[in-house]
Design a protein around this ligand. Structure first.
Ligand SMILES: Cc1cc2nc3c(=O)[nH]c(=O)nc-3n(C[C@H](O)[C@H](O)[C@H](O)COP(=O)(O)OP(=O)(O)OC[C@H]3O[C@@H](n4cnc5c(N)ncnc54)[C@H](O)[C@@H]3O)c2cc1C
Length: 254
């Protein structure tokens, strides 16, 4: 994965006053992007791609890359906004999870935490929260004393990492065209539907952001949200087939 971020001046009516646009990569369109309102009336705009399709860091190339995103909003935003910095590139060769919890022994007096255990594609925005959850796990383990600390901590850290790892790596794996086991397929299917419904259901959009950034971990799979996603995707497919029927009626009458 390669990405580049650039700061722009933000006007209050940009994007109709919205604070965030998040375009996730899919197998059909592996370019991703996020425009995030920041302090000091600024936008941080990130463009990302996979397998060598990386955003250029010159002005024209950066905009041309944004033009091929599946939604026009971010391209329109950066075409009209004043840049405050150059694009800054970053590349991640691979997601990495070192399974310390599987070691039979670990040196006493040492521990590993945060990115040193697990580092993700940053576009999913989960690294800091995952590191913080590991710090909480360490606090709880230390409260029970130091005996067998490494083994207890690595087991808890692996639990904290499990969900964000499955979400991010599950999506990245299908971008590569890899064959996935059934549970990951199901999770990816659900996440696709959730993102589609989130485009017009604010409650689902908030749950998607809260869940993906791990601020509200349970929100993604909460039964109420799952029901909204199922109802919303049924509505999407029935309105798509009605539009298809209307189009073919127009075609046959013309
Ligand atoms: C470009 C980019 C964008 C990201 N965006 C997001 C995001 O939007 N949301 C999110 O949640 N996460 C994001 N992440 C991930 C997040 O930054 C990391 O997951 C998080 O910082 C990990 O915390 P850490 O303490 O494990 O490691 P770090 O924050 O990397 O801290 C390690 C520290 O150790 C120091 N250090 C290294 N070697 C030595 C040494 N030998 N001696 C002394 N000190 C040393 C380093 O200087 C550094 O200060 C992003 C990461 C990158 C690279």
């Amino acid at each position: 994965m390669g990405y580049a971020s650039r700061l722009y001046a933000r006007k209050p009516d940009d994007l109709g006053g919205d604070l965030l646009i998040n375009v996730s990569p899919t197998p059909q369109n592996r370019r991703a992007s996020a425009a995030l309102a920041q302090e000091g009336d600024r936008w941080r705009v990130t463009l990302a791609g996979y397998f060598g399709d990386y955003p250029p860091v010159d002005d024209e190339g950066f905009r041309a890359f944004a033009r091929k995103l599946p939604t026009p909003d971010i391209h329109a935003l950066i075409t009209n906004a004043t840049p405050l910095s150059d694009p800054v590139p970053y590349k991640l060769p691979a997601n990495q999870h070192r399974r310390y919890e599987r070691l039979a022994e670990f040196p006493a007096g040492l521990l590993v935490l945060g990115d040193a255990i697990c580092s993700f594609t940053p576009i999913y925005g989960q690294g800091m929260s995952t590191a913080a959850m590991q710090a909480q796990a360490l606090q709880a383990c230390l409260a029970q004393g130091q005996i067998d600390l490494a083994r207890r901590f690595f087991r808890e850290a692996a639990t904290a990492i499990g969900n964000p790892w499955n979400l991010t790596v599950g999506n990245d794996q299908r971008l590569s065209g890899a064959a996935l086991p059934a549970p990951k397929h199901l999770l990816n299917w659900y996440m696709d539907k959730l993102q589609i419904v989130a485009r017009r259901d604010p409650e689902v959009a908030l749950a998607a952001e809260g869940g993906q950034s791990l601020c509200r971990r349970a929100s993604l799979l909460h039964p109420h949200i799952a029901l909204c996603v199922l109802k919303g995707s049924l509505w999407e497919s029935s309105s798509a087939s009605m539009q298809g029927a209307a189009l073919s009626t127009q075609e046959s009458s013309s």
